[in-house]
Write a protein that binds this ligand. Sequence first.
Ligand SMILES: *[C@@H]1O[C@H](CO)[C@@H](O)[C@H](O)[C@H]1NC(C)=O
Length: 162
Amino acid sequence: MSCVWRWSLLLGVLSTWVRALSTSQTVLILARDASSAYSAYSGLNGYGIPYQVVTVPSTGTTLPVLGNTATGVGNYGAIVILSEVAYQYANGFLSALTTAQWQQLYDYQTAFGVRMARLDVYPTPDFGTTTAIAGAGCCNTGTEQLVSISNATGFPTANLKM
Ligand SMILES: *[C@@H]1O[C@H](CO)[C@@H](O)[C@H](O)[C@H]1NC(C)=O
């Protein structure tokens, strides 16, 4: 192994690491409309954390430029997605983001080491959750949906009393 090769490897690793940290603080909020976006940014306002709301209509939208892996500049420090920006379509209740756009968001997370929070999501195995009665939807008018947690060891810092 030549010395030059080893140096370039080290520099490559370091530059990836440094690049991963150079994101803007701005939180990207994807919501169906401005009023639902409030539940995501009201908490950020309290801390003076900058945010940018992108509303996603049922017809879909173009995502803002998330970042540039070549220059190592990430435009967002975190991503919050409300209700999966999902709508009722002829073929079901689905996100208005395309599969390619979700992939773009996942890739950005990996490249820049940022977190994504998905709030108000229907329980599915993707999130380690299920509805209590298989096939039964939640929540029809007048139907109470009880939520219970049977094991809190996975989230010790949530301070849950069992
Ligand atoms: C509770 O969850 C933890 C992981 O979060 C798991 O290791 C443990 O087996 C679970 N306990 C029960 C009783 O399911």
